[in-house]
Design a protein around this ligand. Structure first.
Ligand code: ATP
Ligand code: MG
Length: 559
Protein backbone atom coordinates (compact mmCIF):
# COMPACT_ATOMS: atom_id res chain seq x y z
CA UNK A 1 0.00 0.00 0.00
CA UNK A 2 2.97 2.28 0.32
CA UNK A 3 3.90 4.64 3.04
CA UNK A 4 1.93 7.87 3.18
CA UNK A 5 5.03 9.91 3.82
CA UNK A 6 6.53 8.70 0.56
CA UNK A 7 4.10 10.56 -1.67
CA UNK A 8 5.92 13.45 -3.19
CA UNK A 9 4.68 14.09 -6.68
CA UNK A 10 2.12 16.84 -7.06
CA UNK A 11 -1.53 16.04 -7.56
CA UNK A 12 -3.31 17.88 -10.37
CA UNK A 13 -4.75 20.53 -8.06
CA UNK A 14 -1.34 21.27 -6.57
CA UNK A 15 0.02 21.59 -10.11
CA UNK A 16 -2.63 24.19 -10.93
CA UNK A 17 -1.93 26.07 -7.71
CA UNK A 18 1.84 26.06 -8.21
CA UNK A 19 1.40 27.39 -11.72
CA UNK A 20 -0.90 30.14 -10.42
CA UNK A 21 1.62 31.05 -7.74
CA UNK A 22 4.47 31.17 -10.23
CA UNK A 23 2.40 33.47 -12.45
CA UNK A 24 1.48 35.63 -9.46
CA UNK A 25 -2.19 35.11 -10.14
CA UNK A 26 -4.23 36.71 -7.30
CA UNK A 27 -0.96 38.15 -5.96
CA UNK A 28 0.13 34.52 -5.51
CA UNK A 29 -2.44 34.04 -2.74
CA UNK A 30 -3.95 30.64 -1.98
CA UNK A 31 -7.32 30.84 -0.29
CA UNK A 32 -9.64 27.82 -0.20
CA UNK A 33 -12.82 27.04 1.69
CA UNK A 34 -14.71 24.06 2.97
CA UNK A 35 -18.42 24.72 2.26
CA UNK A 36 -20.67 22.17 3.98
CA UNK A 37 -24.42 22.49 3.99
CA UNK A 38 -25.53 22.10 7.62
CA UNK A 39 -28.13 19.47 6.73
CA UNK A 40 -26.44 16.43 8.24
CA UNK A 41 -23.30 15.22 9.92
CA UNK A 42 -20.03 15.15 8.03
CA UNK A 43 -18.83 11.83 6.64
CA UNK A 44 -15.56 10.38 5.45
CA UNK A 45 -16.08 11.93 2.00
CA UNK A 46 -16.22 15.35 3.64
CA UNK A 47 -13.08 14.43 5.55
CA UNK A 48 -11.36 14.02 2.21
CA UNK A 49 -12.55 17.46 1.14
CA UNK A 50 -11.53 19.01 4.50
CA UNK A 51 -8.04 17.50 4.31
CA UNK A 52 -7.73 18.70 0.74
CA UNK A 53 -8.90 22.28 1.30
CA UNK A 54 -7.23 22.89 4.65
CA UNK A 55 -4.21 20.86 3.58
CA UNK A 56 -3.64 22.98 0.46
CA UNK A 57 -3.90 26.16 2.51
CA UNK A 58 -1.30 24.81 4.94
CA UNK A 59 1.01 23.62 2.21
CA UNK A 60 0.95 26.94 0.33
CA UNK A 61 0.92 29.23 3.32
CA UNK A 62 -2.62 30.27 2.52
CA UNK A 63 -5.97 30.34 4.27
CA UNK A 64 -8.99 28.09 4.35
CA UNK A 65 -12.44 29.32 5.38
CA UNK A 66 -15.20 27.33 6.94
CA UNK A 67 -18.37 28.38 5.20
CA UNK A 68 -21.80 27.01 5.90
CA UNK A 69 -23.79 26.85 2.73
CA UNK A 70 -27.11 27.41 4.50
CA UNK A 71 -29.51 28.22 1.70
CA UNK A 72 -32.09 25.41 2.18
CA UNK A 73 -33.64 26.36 5.50
CA UNK A 74 -36.04 23.42 5.83
CA UNK A 75 -33.24 20.91 6.15
CA UNK A 76 -30.70 22.91 8.10
CA UNK A 77 -30.18 23.52 11.79
CA UNK A 78 -27.70 24.49 14.50
CA UNK A 79 -27.16 20.92 15.69
CA UNK A 80 -25.57 20.22 12.31
CA UNK A 81 -23.57 23.45 12.40
CA UNK A 82 -22.13 22.53 15.78
CA UNK A 83 -21.35 18.95 14.82
CA UNK A 84 -19.55 20.15 11.70
CA UNK A 85 -17.36 22.56 13.67
CA UNK A 86 -16.55 19.88 16.20
CA UNK A 87 -15.58 17.40 13.50
CA UNK A 88 -13.36 19.78 11.53
CA UNK A 89 -11.54 20.74 14.73
CA UNK A 90 -11.16 17.15 15.78
CA UNK A 91 -9.61 16.31 12.41
CA UNK A 92 -6.93 18.81 13.35
CA UNK A 93 -7.78 21.88 11.27
CA UNK A 94 -8.46 25.45 12.23
CA UNK A 95 -10.37 28.15 10.38
CA UNK A 96 -9.34 30.73 13.00
CA UNK A 97 -11.94 33.49 12.94
CA UNK A 98 -12.97 32.76 9.36
CA UNK A 99 -16.31 31.15 10.08
CA UNK A 100 -18.85 32.26 7.51
CA UNK A 101 -22.40 31.55 6.54
CA UNK A 102 -23.91 32.02 3.10
CA UNK A 103 -26.87 33.46 5.01
CA UNK A 104 -24.63 36.33 6.16
CA UNK A 105 -24.53 37.38 2.52
CA UNK A 106 -28.27 37.26 1.84
CA UNK A 107 -28.54 41.05 1.50
CA UNK A 108 -25.46 41.24 -0.74
CA UNK A 109 -26.71 38.36 -2.85
CA UNK A 110 -30.06 40.10 -3.20
CA UNK A 111 -28.33 43.29 -4.30
CA UNK A 112 -26.33 41.37 -6.88
CA UNK A 113 -29.56 39.89 -8.22
CA UNK A 114 -31.02 43.38 -8.55
CA UNK A 115 -27.89 44.39 -10.45
CA UNK A 116 -28.30 41.45 -12.79
CA UNK A 117 -31.95 42.33 -13.41
CA UNK A 118 -30.92 45.88 -14.20
CA UNK A 119 -28.54 44.55 -16.83
CA UNK A 120 -31.49 42.74 -18.38
CA UNK A 121 -29.91 39.41 -17.52
CA UNK A 122 -32.44 38.04 -15.06
CA UNK A 123 -36.22 37.85 -15.00
CA UNK A 124 -39.09 36.75 -12.85
CA UNK A 125 -40.91 33.73 -14.22
CA UNK A 126 -44.52 33.03 -13.17
CA UNK A 127 -44.62 29.59 -14.78
CA UNK A 128 -45.40 26.61 -12.58
CA UNK A 129 -42.58 24.19 -11.75
CA UNK A 130 -44.11 21.70 -14.20
CA UNK A 131 -44.23 24.26 -16.99
CA UNK A 132 -40.65 25.24 -16.32
CA UNK A 133 -39.60 21.62 -16.45
CA UNK A 134 -41.44 21.04 -19.69
CA UNK A 135 -39.76 24.08 -21.26
CA UNK A 136 -36.29 22.96 -20.22
CA UNK A 137 -35.88 20.51 -23.13
CA UNK A 138 -33.48 17.60 -22.88
CA UNK A 139 -29.94 16.69 -23.76
CA UNK A 140 -31.05 16.16 -27.35
CA UNK A 141 -33.62 18.93 -27.62
CA UNK A 142 -33.25 22.64 -26.99
CA UNK A 143 -35.45 24.27 -24.37
CA UNK A 144 -38.28 26.73 -25.03
CA UNK A 145 -38.30 30.32 -23.97
CA UNK A 146 -40.70 31.22 -21.21
CA UNK A 147 -43.52 33.65 -22.06
CA UNK A 148 -42.24 35.81 -19.17
CA UNK A 149 -38.71 35.99 -20.50
CA UNK A 150 -38.99 39.39 -22.09
CA UNK A 151 -40.47 41.30 -19.22
CA UNK A 152 -39.15 44.80 -18.80
CA UNK A 153 -36.44 45.56 -16.28
CA UNK A 154 -38.91 47.71 -14.31
CA UNK A 155 -41.46 44.94 -14.10
CA UNK A 156 -38.81 42.43 -13.04
CA UNK A 157 -37.48 44.75 -10.34
CA UNK A 158 -40.97 45.29 -9.05
CA UNK A 159 -41.88 41.60 -9.03
CA UNK A 160 -38.57 40.56 -7.47
CA UNK A 161 -39.05 43.10 -4.68
CA UNK A 162 -42.53 41.72 -4.11
CA UNK A 163 -41.15 38.18 -4.01
CA UNK A 164 -38.80 39.33 -1.31
CA UNK A 165 -41.52 41.13 0.59
CA UNK A 166 -43.63 38.00 0.79
CA UNK A 167 -46.41 39.14 -1.52
CA UNK A 168 -46.48 35.86 -3.42
CA UNK A 169 -47.07 32.28 -2.39
CA UNK A 170 -44.19 29.89 -1.82
CA UNK A 171 -43.14 28.28 -5.08
CA UNK A 172 -45.31 30.56 -7.23
CA UNK A 173 -42.50 32.44 -8.98
CA UNK A 174 -38.76 32.22 -9.48
CA UNK A 175 -36.02 34.56 -10.54
CA UNK A 176 -34.08 33.16 -13.48
CA UNK A 177 -30.88 34.12 -15.20
CA UNK A 178 -31.45 35.03 -18.83
CA UNK A 179 -28.80 33.07 -20.65
CA UNK A 180 -29.65 30.69 -23.47
CA UNK A 181 -32.55 28.22 -23.66
CA UNK A 182 -30.83 26.47 -26.58
CA UNK A 183 -27.52 25.90 -24.83
CA UNK A 184 -26.26 22.33 -25.03
CA UNK A 185 -25.50 22.73 -21.30
CA UNK A 186 -28.82 22.45 -19.50
CA UNK A 187 -27.44 24.44 -16.57
CA UNK A 188 -27.24 27.47 -18.86
CA UNK A 189 -30.89 27.25 -19.91
CA UNK A 190 -32.03 30.15 -17.79
CA UNK A 191 -31.27 28.56 -14.43
CA UNK A 192 -33.20 29.51 -11.32
CA UNK A 193 -31.44 31.97 -9.01
CA UNK A 194 -34.10 32.53 -6.35
CA UNK A 195 -37.22 30.75 -5.19
CA UNK A 196 -39.95 31.81 -2.80
CA UNK A 197 -39.95 29.87 0.47
CA UNK A 198 -41.83 31.25 3.39
CA UNK A 199 -39.93 29.25 5.92
CA UNK A 200 -37.94 29.96 9.03
CA UNK A 201 -34.17 30.00 8.67
CA UNK A 202 -31.91 28.83 11.51
CA UNK A 203 -29.99 32.09 11.46
CA UNK A 204 -32.00 34.75 9.63
CA UNK A 205 -35.31 33.73 11.16
CA UNK A 206 -38.28 35.04 9.18
CA UNK A 207 -36.44 37.93 7.54
CA UNK A 208 -36.45 36.35 4.10
CA UNK A 209 -39.23 35.00 1.91
CA UNK A 210 -36.86 34.15 -0.91
CA UNK A 211 -33.75 32.01 -0.77
CA UNK A 212 -30.90 31.85 -3.27
CA UNK A 213 -30.16 28.71 -5.29
CA UNK A 214 -26.85 26.92 -4.86
CA UNK A 215 -25.33 28.19 -8.11
CA UNK A 216 -26.11 31.77 -7.25
CA UNK A 217 -25.04 31.63 -3.62
CA UNK A 218 -21.98 29.51 -4.02
CA UNK A 219 -19.93 31.35 -6.61
CA UNK A 220 -20.78 34.73 -5.16
CA UNK A 221 -19.90 33.61 -1.63
CA UNK A 222 -16.56 32.41 -3.00
CA UNK A 223 -16.09 35.77 -4.66
CA UNK A 224 -17.07 37.80 -1.60
CA UNK A 225 -14.55 35.87 0.49
CA UNK A 226 -11.75 36.26 -2.06
CA UNK A 227 -11.42 32.52 -2.54
CA UNK A 228 -8.74 31.80 -5.14
CA UNK A 229 -9.35 28.09 -5.73
CA UNK A 230 -12.91 26.84 -5.28
CA UNK A 231 -12.54 23.09 -5.07
CA UNK A 232 -15.62 20.93 -5.47
CA UNK A 233 -16.64 17.47 -6.60
CA UNK A 234 -17.00 16.35 -10.20
CA UNK A 235 -20.76 16.65 -10.48
CA UNK A 236 -20.24 20.42 -10.45
CA UNK A 237 -18.07 20.36 -13.56
CA UNK A 238 -21.18 20.96 -15.68
CA UNK A 239 -22.07 23.90 -13.43
CA UNK A 240 -18.73 25.62 -14.01
CA UNK A 241 -19.84 27.55 -17.14
CA UNK A 242 -22.69 28.96 -15.06
CA UNK A 243 -20.36 29.71 -12.15
CA UNK A 244 -18.15 31.64 -14.56
CA UNK A 245 -21.00 33.33 -16.41
CA UNK A 246 -22.58 34.76 -13.27
CA UNK A 247 -19.31 36.16 -11.93
CA UNK A 248 -18.43 37.59 -15.32
CA UNK A 249 -21.75 39.43 -15.69
CA UNK A 250 -21.34 41.03 -12.30
CA UNK A 251 -17.69 41.78 -12.95
CA UNK A 252 -16.64 40.75 -9.45
CA UNK A 253 -13.59 38.89 -8.14
CA UNK A 254 -13.48 35.58 -9.98
CA UNK A 255 -12.24 32.44 -8.19
CA UNK A 256 -11.23 29.38 -10.18
CA UNK A 257 -13.51 26.38 -9.73
CA UNK A 258 -11.64 23.06 -9.81
CA UNK A 259 -13.37 19.70 -9.67
CA UNK A 260 -12.08 16.44 -8.23
CA UNK A 261 -13.58 12.97 -7.86
CA UNK A 262 -15.70 12.46 -4.77
CA UNK A 263 -14.85 9.63 -2.47
CA UNK A 264 -16.86 6.45 -2.77
CA UNK A 265 -16.16 3.56 -0.41
CA UNK A 266 -17.07 -0.08 -0.70
CA UNK A 267 -19.66 -1.48 1.73
CA UNK A 268 -20.72 2.07 2.58
CA UNK A 269 -23.22 4.74 1.58
CA UNK A 270 -22.08 8.36 1.61
CA UNK A 271 -25.18 10.20 0.56
CA UNK A 272 -26.44 12.47 3.33
CA UNK A 273 -30.01 11.63 2.39
CA UNK A 274 -29.33 7.93 2.90
CA UNK A 275 -27.37 8.47 6.09
CA UNK A 276 -30.26 10.54 7.42
CA UNK A 277 -32.62 7.66 6.61
CA UNK A 278 -30.45 5.21 8.52
CA UNK A 279 -30.67 7.51 11.53
CA UNK A 280 -34.34 8.50 11.40
CA UNK A 281 -35.52 4.94 10.69
CA UNK A 282 -33.35 3.61 13.52
CA UNK A 283 -31.25 1.24 11.47
CA UNK A 284 -28.38 2.62 13.53
CA UNK A 285 -28.26 4.38 16.89
CA UNK A 286 -27.75 7.96 15.82
CA UNK A 287 -25.32 9.89 13.64
CA UNK A 288 -22.36 8.82 15.74
CA UNK A 289 -23.19 5.13 15.72
CA UNK A 290 -19.79 3.46 15.30
CA UNK A 291 -21.01 1.72 12.14
CA UNK A 292 -21.74 5.03 10.42
CA UNK A 293 -19.19 6.45 7.96
CA UNK A 294 -19.67 9.82 9.63
CA UNK A 295 -16.64 11.49 11.18
CA UNK A 296 -18.35 11.33 14.57
CA UNK A 297 -19.15 7.64 14.04
CA UNK A 298 -15.60 6.82 12.99
CA UNK A 299 -14.32 8.77 15.96
CA UNK A 300 -16.53 6.84 18.35
CA UNK A 301 -15.43 3.65 16.64
CA UNK A 302 -11.83 4.45 17.56
CA UNK A 303 -10.49 6.04 14.39
CA UNK A 304 -7.92 8.72 15.10
CA UNK A 305 -7.57 12.07 13.32
CA UNK A 306 -4.16 10.95 12.05
CA UNK A 307 -5.61 7.78 10.56
CA UNK A 308 -8.23 9.75 8.63
CA UNK A 309 -5.73 12.33 7.43
CA UNK A 310 -3.37 9.57 6.32
CA UNK A 311 -6.23 7.90 4.53
CA UNK A 312 -7.00 11.11 2.65
CA UNK A 313 -3.35 11.44 1.64
CA UNK A 314 -3.13 7.82 0.61
CA UNK A 315 -6.17 7.87 -1.69
CA UNK A 316 -5.06 11.17 -3.25
CA UNK A 317 -7.20 13.25 -5.58
CA UNK A 318 -8.28 12.14 -9.00
CA UNK A 319 -10.23 13.60 -11.87
CA UNK A 320 -12.25 10.49 -12.47
CA UNK A 321 -14.76 8.83 -10.16
CA UNK A 322 -13.78 5.56 -8.61
CA UNK A 323 -14.50 3.47 -5.59
CA UNK A 324 -12.02 2.95 -2.79
CA UNK A 325 -11.86 -0.36 -0.95
CA UNK A 326 -12.91 0.18 2.65
CA UNK A 327 -9.92 -2.05 3.52
CA UNK A 328 -7.72 0.96 2.70
CA UNK A 329 -9.47 2.94 5.44
CA UNK A 330 -9.12 0.06 7.87
CA UNK A 331 -5.47 -0.28 6.99
CA UNK A 332 -4.92 3.38 7.85
CA UNK A 333 -6.32 2.99 11.34
CA UNK A 334 -4.42 -0.24 12.02
CA UNK A 335 -1.21 1.37 10.88
CA UNK A 336 -1.73 4.33 13.21
CA UNK A 337 -2.95 2.41 16.25
CA UNK A 338 -0.19 -0.16 15.91
CA UNK A 339 2.24 2.63 16.71
CA UNK A 340 0.74 3.79 19.96
CA UNK A 341 -2.21 1.76 21.20
CA UNK A 342 -1.18 -0.07 24.35
CA UNK A 343 -1.65 -3.82 24.34
CA UNK A 344 -3.88 -5.42 26.91
CA UNK A 345 -5.36 -8.87 27.39
CA UNK A 346 -9.10 -9.36 27.14
CA UNK A 347 -11.00 -12.65 27.07
CA UNK A 348 -14.33 -12.35 25.31
CA UNK A 349 -15.56 -15.93 25.57
CA UNK A 350 -14.14 -17.20 28.85
CA UNK A 351 -13.25 -20.77 29.80
CA UNK A 352 -12.12 -21.29 33.38
CA UNK A 353 -8.77 -22.86 34.25
CA UNK A 354 -7.73 -23.91 37.73
CA UNK A 355 -3.98 -24.31 38.15
CA UNK A 356 -3.99 -27.14 40.63
CA UNK A 357 -0.39 -26.83 41.83
CA UNK A 358 -0.50 -23.04 42.21
CA UNK A 359 -0.65 -21.90 45.87
CA UNK A 360 -4.16 -21.10 47.08
CA UNK A 361 -4.71 -17.38 47.72
CA UNK A 362 -1.45 -16.27 46.09
CA UNK A 363 -1.29 -13.31 43.72
CA UNK A 364 1.76 -12.59 41.68
CA UNK A 365 2.33 -9.31 39.92
CA UNK A 366 3.72 -9.83 36.43
CA UNK A 367 5.34 -7.27 34.22
CA UNK A 368 3.88 -6.71 30.76
CA UNK A 369 5.16 -4.63 27.87
CA UNK A 370 2.70 -1.93 26.85
CA UNK A 371 3.71 -1.67 23.23
CA UNK A 372 6.49 -3.59 21.54
CA UNK A 373 6.43 -0.96 18.75
CA UNK A 374 7.16 1.82 21.19
CA UNK A 375 9.91 1.38 23.77
CA UNK A 376 8.81 4.60 25.50
CA UNK A 377 5.38 3.16 26.24
CA UNK A 378 6.85 1.30 29.23
CA UNK A 379 5.38 -1.58 31.16
CA UNK A 380 2.39 -2.32 33.34
CA UNK A 381 1.52 -4.83 36.03
CA UNK A 382 -0.82 -7.76 35.62
CA UNK A 383 -1.99 -9.92 38.52
CA UNK A 384 -1.82 -13.69 38.16
CA UNK A 385 -3.52 -16.23 40.39
CA UNK A 386 -4.72 -19.81 40.71
CA UNK A 387 -7.91 -19.33 38.72
CA UNK A 388 -7.72 -17.78 35.32
CA UNK A 389 -9.78 -17.61 32.15
CA UNK A 390 -8.69 -18.25 28.61
CA UNK A 391 -10.61 -17.97 25.37
CA UNK A 392 -12.95 -20.93 24.82
CA UNK A 393 -11.71 -21.49 21.30
CA UNK A 394 -8.11 -21.64 22.49
CA UNK A 395 -8.93 -25.12 23.76
CA UNK A 396 -9.88 -28.20 21.77
CA UNK A 397 -10.48 -31.60 23.23
CA UNK A 398 -9.73 -33.42 19.99
CA UNK A 399 -7.55 -31.02 18.07
CA UNK A 400 -6.49 -31.38 14.46
CA UNK A 401 -2.78 -31.79 13.83
CA UNK A 402 -1.72 -28.18 13.55
CA UNK A 403 -3.62 -26.89 16.56
CA UNK A 404 -0.92 -25.30 18.72
CA UNK A 405 -3.15 -24.04 21.47
CA UNK A 406 -4.36 -25.96 24.49
CA UNK A 407 -5.61 -29.56 24.42
CA UNK A 408 -5.48 -32.50 26.86
CA UNK A 409 -1.90 -33.38 27.82
CA UNK A 410 -0.47 -30.41 25.86
CA UNK A 411 1.44 -27.35 27.00
CA UNK A 412 1.11 -23.68 26.12
CA UNK A 413 2.54 -20.47 27.48
CA UNK A 414 0.30 -17.95 29.18
CA UNK A 415 1.54 -14.59 27.97
CA UNK A 416 3.83 -12.86 30.50
CA UNK A 417 3.31 -15.81 32.89
CA UNK A 418 4.07 -19.53 32.89
CA UNK A 419 3.87 -22.62 30.77
CA UNK A 420 0.85 -24.65 31.78
CA UNK A 421 -0.22 -28.18 30.93
CA UNK A 422 -3.79 -29.39 30.56
CA UNK A 423 -4.26 -32.36 32.88
CA UNK A 424 -8.01 -32.83 33.05
CA UNK A 425 -11.17 -31.64 31.33
CA UNK A 426 -14.25 -30.94 33.47
CA UNK A 427 -17.66 -31.19 31.78
CA UNK A 428 -21.20 -30.42 32.80
CA UNK A 429 -24.15 -32.81 32.55
CA UNK A 430 -24.55 -31.95 28.84
CA UNK A 431 -21.00 -32.85 28.03
CA UNK A 432 -19.96 -29.19 27.65
CA UNK A 433 -16.43 -28.36 28.72
CA UNK A 434 -16.77 -25.99 31.68
CA UNK A 435 -13.33 -26.01 33.21
CA UNK A 436 -9.79 -27.23 32.68
CA UNK A 437 -7.53 -28.44 35.44
CA UNK A 438 -3.97 -27.55 34.60
CA UNK A 439 -0.55 -27.57 36.25
CA UNK A 440 2.07 -24.91 35.82
CA UNK A 441 5.84 -25.18 35.78
CA UNK A 442 7.19 -22.63 38.30
CA UNK A 443 10.57 -22.59 36.49
CA UNK A 444 9.08 -21.18 33.30
CA UNK A 445 8.13 -17.69 34.43
CA UNK A 446 8.42 -15.25 31.52
CA UNK A 447 11.60 -13.25 31.72
CA UNK A 448 13.33 -15.70 34.04
CA UNK A 449 12.65 -19.02 32.33
CA UNK A 450 15.82 -21.13 32.55
CA UNK A 451 14.30 -24.41 31.42
CA UNK A 452 14.77 -23.84 27.72
CA UNK A 453 11.34 -25.42 27.22
CA UNK A 454 9.72 -24.60 23.90
CA UNK A 455 5.99 -24.43 23.28
CA UNK A 456 4.29 -23.41 20.07
CA UNK A 457 1.29 -21.57 21.46
CA UNK A 458 1.02 -18.44 23.59
CA UNK A 459 -2.39 -17.53 24.94
CA UNK A 460 -3.88 -14.39 26.43
CA UNK A 461 -5.75 -14.82 29.70
CA UNK A 462 -7.38 -13.00 32.61
CA UNK A 463 -7.12 -13.65 36.32
CA UNK A 464 -10.53 -14.65 37.73
CA UNK A 465 -10.13 -12.70 40.93
CA UNK A 466 -8.75 -9.53 39.34
CA UNK A 467 -10.32 -9.22 35.92
CA UNK A 468 -12.87 -6.50 35.18
CA UNK A 469 -16.11 -7.40 33.53
CA UNK A 470 -16.67 -5.23 30.47
CA UNK A 471 -19.05 -4.95 27.55
CA UNK A 472 -17.52 -5.41 24.13
CA UNK A 473 -19.30 -4.25 20.99
CA UNK A 474 -17.98 -6.00 17.94
CA UNK A 475 -18.83 -4.10 14.80
CA UNK A 476 -18.79 -5.36 11.31
CA UNK A 477 -19.57 -3.69 8.02
CA UNK A 478 -23.00 -2.10 7.91
CA UNK A 479 -23.73 -3.49 4.44
CA UNK A 480 -23.30 -6.95 3.00
CA UNK A 481 -22.47 -5.86 -0.55
CA UNK A 482 -19.73 -3.71 -2.01
CA UNK A 483 -22.05 -1.19 -3.57
CA UNK A 484 -25.31 -0.96 -1.59
CA UNK A 485 -26.60 1.78 -3.90
CA UNK A 486 -25.56 0.01 -7.09
CA UNK A 487 -28.78 -1.91 -7.73
CA UNK A 488 -31.33 0.66 -8.87
CA UNK A 489 -34.16 -1.86 -8.55
CA UNK A 490 -33.51 -2.32 -4.87
CA UNK A 491 -33.49 -0.14 -1.83
CA UNK A 492 -30.03 0.19 -0.29
CA UNK A 493 -31.49 -0.77 3.08
CA UNK A 494 -32.14 -4.30 1.81
CA UNK A 495 -28.40 -4.79 2.04
CA UNK A 496 -28.01 -3.85 5.68
CA UNK A 497 -25.90 -6.45 7.45
CA UNK A 498 -28.07 -7.93 10.24
CA UNK A 499 -24.91 -8.98 12.10
CA UNK A 500 -23.17 -5.62 11.98
CA UNK A 501 -23.22 -5.40 15.78
CA UNK A 502 -22.52 -8.22 18.21
CA UNK A 503 -22.66 -7.28 21.88
CA UNK A 504 -20.66 -9.31 24.39
CA UNK A 505 -21.80 -8.24 27.79
CA UNK A 506 -19.41 -10.20 30.00
CA UNK A 507 -15.92 -10.14 28.58
CA UNK A 508 -13.04 -10.17 31.07
CA UNK A 509 -10.15 -7.77 30.86
CA UNK A 510 -7.01 -7.17 32.90
CA UNK A 511 -7.46 -4.51 35.59
CA UNK A 512 -4.91 -2.09 34.14
CA UNK A 513 -7.63 -0.45 32.01
CA UNK A 514 -9.70 0.43 35.05
CA UNK A 515 -9.57 4.22 34.77
CA UNK A 516 -9.38 4.43 31.00
CA UNK A 517 -10.87 7.59 29.53
CA UNK A 518 -13.51 7.64 26.80
CA UNK A 519 -11.95 7.21 23.32
CA UNK A 520 -8.75 5.69 24.69
CA UNK A 521 -7.47 3.17 22.16
CA UNK A 522 -6.10 -0.26 22.98
CA UNK A 523 -5.01 -3.31 21.16
CA UNK A 524 -6.60 -6.39 22.68
CA UNK A 525 -3.87 -8.98 22.15
CA UNK A 526 -4.67 -11.32 19.26
CA UNK A 527 -8.08 -9.67 18.72
CA UNK A 528 -7.90 -6.22 17.30
CA UNK A 529 -8.11 -2.56 18.21
CA UNK A 530 -10.74 -1.35 20.63
CA UNK A 531 -11.58 1.93 22.29
CA UNK A 532 -13.58 3.06 25.29
CA UNK A 533 -17.13 4.08 24.41
CA UNK A 534 -18.86 7.12 25.84
CA UNK A 535 -21.59 4.88 27.30
CA UNK A 536 -19.12 3.49 29.85
CA UNK A 537 -19.79 4.26 33.51
CA UNK A 538 -18.04 3.60 36.80
CA UNK A 539 -19.62 0.16 37.06
CA UNK A 540 -18.85 -1.06 33.60
CA UNK A 541 -16.55 -0.08 30.78
CA UNK A 542 -17.88 -0.44 27.26
CA UNK A 543 -15.42 -1.04 24.43
CA UNK A 544 -16.01 -0.64 20.71
CA UNK A 545 -14.08 -2.74 18.29
CA UNK A 546 -12.41 -0.40 15.86
CA UNK A 547 -11.02 -3.06 13.57
CA UNK A 548 -9.70 -6.59 13.74
CA UNK A 549 -5.95 -7.18 13.64
CA UNK A 550 -5.83 -8.38 10.08
CA UNK A 551 -8.15 -8.05 7.16
CA UNK A 552 -10.03 -11.24 7.97
CA UNK A 553 -12.95 -10.26 5.77
CA UNK A 554 -10.94 -10.71 2.59
CA UNK A 555 -10.09 -14.26 3.64
CA UNK A 556 -13.64 -15.14 4.69
CA UNK A 557 -15.06 -13.98 1.40
CA UNK A 558 -12.73 -16.22 -0.57
CA UNK A 559 -13.93 -19.39 1.11
P1 ATP B 1 -25.69 17.42 -0.38
O1 ATP B 1 -25.23 18.64 -1.14
O2 ATP B 1 -26.38 16.40 -1.16
O3 ATP B 1 -26.36 17.75 0.89
P2 ATP B 1 -22.90 16.89 -0.10
O4 ATP B 1 -22.33 15.56 0.26
O5 ATP B 1 -22.54 17.52 -1.37
O6 ATP B 1 -24.41 16.66 0.07
P3 ATP B 1 -22.06 19.31 1.22
O7 ATP B 1 -22.31 19.67 2.62
O8 ATP B 1 -22.63 20.16 0.17
O9 ATP B 1 -22.61 17.84 1.09
O10 ATP B 1 -20.51 19.09 0.99
C1 ATP B 1 -19.52 19.95 1.47
C2 ATP B 1 -18.27 19.73 0.68
O11 ATP B 1 -17.82 18.39 0.81
C3 ATP B 1 -18.49 20.00 -0.78
O12 ATP B 1 -17.42 20.77 -1.28
C4 ATP B 1 -18.50 18.64 -1.40
O13 ATP B 1 -18.01 18.67 -2.70
C5 ATP B 1 -17.60 17.83 -0.47
N1 ATP B 1 -17.98 16.42 -0.47
C6 ATP B 1 -19.19 15.90 -0.21
N2 ATP B 1 -19.19 14.57 -0.37
C7 ATP B 1 -17.94 14.22 -0.74
C8 ATP B 1 -17.30 12.99 -1.07
N3 ATP B 1 -17.96 11.84 -1.05
N4 ATP B 1 -15.99 13.03 -1.41
C9 ATP B 1 -15.33 14.19 -1.42
N5 ATP B 1 -15.86 15.38 -1.14
C10 ATP B 1 -17.16 15.41 -0.80
MG1 MG C 1 -23.46 19.69 -1.79
Amino acid sequence: MGNVEERQSLNFIESIIEKDISEKKNEARVHTRFPPEPNGYLHIGHAKSICLNFGLAQKYDGLCNLRFDDTNPEKENDEYVNSIKKDVKWLGFSWDEREFFASDYFQQLYDFAVALIKQGKAYVDDSTPDEINAMRGSTTEPGKESPYRNRSVEENLDLFAKMKDGEFESGSRILRAKIDMASPNIHLRDPALYRIKKVHHHRTGDAWNIYPMYDWAHGLSDSIEGITHSICTLEFEVHRPLYDWLLDQLNVFHPQQIEFARLNLTFTVLSKRKLLQLVTENHVNGWDDPRMPTISGLRRRGYTPTSLRNFATRIGVAKRDGIVDVAVLEHSVREDLNKYANRVMCVTDPLKITITNYPEGQTEILKAINNPEDPDAGTREIPFSKEIFIEKDDFMENPPKKFFRLSPGKEVRLKYAYIIKCEEVVKDENGEVVELLCTYDPETKSGSDTTGKKVKGTLHWASAEHALKIEVREYDRLFTVEDPSGDKEKDFKEFINPDSLVVISDALIEPSVKNAQVEKNYQFERKGYFCVDRESDENKLVFNRTVTLRDTWAKLNKK
